[in-house]
Write a protein that binds this ligand. Structure first.
Ligand code: C2E
Ligand code: MG
Ligand code: MG
Ligand code: MG
Length: 300
């Protein structure tokens, strides 16, 4: 009868509620677990950097290396930054992780320079999350890391996103000016996916625009992505910024970008991000190629 039906509906509603709250609890527990193991990860040395070459699209010369963090979890294996960086950002431990990444990347770069694997023009690019960019001592931190590692400021490029710049425009302008005074370069990462105003692009002392890989992946066949990519390249040229395409996977994309005046790129076509033991042979080989090209060019 009706009473029984009503009772059943209520029961099942309650069960649903219990079900959902149990789900939420499990997620929250998992999150707390991951966060606390992230603290330990740093102490135990479970974080590591991979490096992806950024190249001159035409000749393949190495323009720079982007440092990309990974977490070698004892049970779960290699965890992607897309999984743990957002958590680290929420919990605040991103500041400790970010400082470690900067120190590690600058130190490694200086070592490669000393060993002749890169030149004084090669850049090391390091991603900064919004919280890192907002920390009051960022400029002092970077200054200290450059001093302790001995790397020249001109070899460090920081990658920030449009939303990082736009979260507090006044403060961002101030930080960017102080970073430029220090001599480091600043790239806008994933350009085209955010909401930055062109006014700020013009006023801020930026050095580089990185065209997001979501546009690059569908050139040259997708008309919209092709138009956007062209527009970003034109914008970079007119603002006297360097421009670099992310996610270059095919020769067709490379050829299109060269034709359109984008000199630099990074992507699987050239190399996946590699660990230290993988990137060193890559650098040695590239250096040898460039030297032999110079040698043969110099011969009469
Ligand atoms: P991102 O800075 O835009 O880095 C580019 C991402 O694209 C990397 O993913 C890279 O492995 C991937 N990629 C490179 N070439 C290709 C390609 O040809 N095709 C495709 N489909 N993908 C390509 P990854 O290493 O998983 O990093 C993801 C994101 O995590 C980064 O995006 C960056 O936002 C963040 N991240 C990585 N390391 C750090 C870090 O040390 N600090 C902070 N705050 N964020 C980091
Ligand atoms: Mg990046
Ligand atoms: Mg990017
Ligand atoms: Mg990104």
């Amino acid at each position: 009868n009706a009473d029984t039906a009503m009772y059943r509906a209520k029961e099942s509603g309650r069960n649903n509620f219990q079900y959902y709250s149990r789900e939420l609890t499990a997620k929250a527990v998992e999150r707390v677990r991951l966060e606390s193991s992230l603290h330990r990860a740093l102490e135990r040395g479970e974080l590591l950097l991979h490096y992806q070459p950024q190249v001159d699209l035409e000749h393949g010369r190495v323009r720079g290396l982007e440092a990309l963090v990974r977490w070698q979890h004892p049970e779960a294996g290699l965890i992607s930054p897309a999984t743990f960086i957002p958590l680290a950002e929420e919990s605040g431990i991103i500041l400790a992780i970010g400082a470690w990444v900067l120190e590690q990347a600058c130190g490694r770069m200086k070592d490669w320079l000393d060993r002749g694997l890169v030149t004084a023009e090669t850049l090391i690019s390091v991603n900064l999350s919004p919280k890192q960019f907002d920390q009051p001592n960022l400029v002092a931190l970077i200054d200290r890391i450059l001093t302790t590692t001995g790397l020249a400021a001109a070899q460090l490029e920081l990658e920030i996103t449009e939303s990082t710049v736009m979260q507090s425009v006044e403060q961002a302008g101030d930080v960017l000016h102080r970073l430029r005074e220090l001599g480091v370069k600043v790239a806008i990462d994933d350009f085209g996916t955010g909401y930055s105003s062109l006014i700020h692009l013009k006023r801020f002392p930026l050095t580089t625009l990185k065209i997001d890989k979501t546009f690059v992946s569908d050139i040259p066949h997708d008309a919209n992505d092709t138009a956007i990519t062209r527009a970003v390249i034109a914008l970079a040229h007119s603002l006297s910024l360097e421009v670099l395409a992310e996610g270059v996977e095919t020769q067709a994309q490379r050829a299109f970008l060269i034709d359109e005046g984008c000199p630099h790129g990074q992507g699987y076509l050239f190399s996946r991000p590699l660990d230290e033991s993988g990137i060193e042979p890559f650098l040695r080989e590239r250096l040898a190629q460039v030297e032999s090209a110079v040698d043969s060019g110099a011969r009469p």
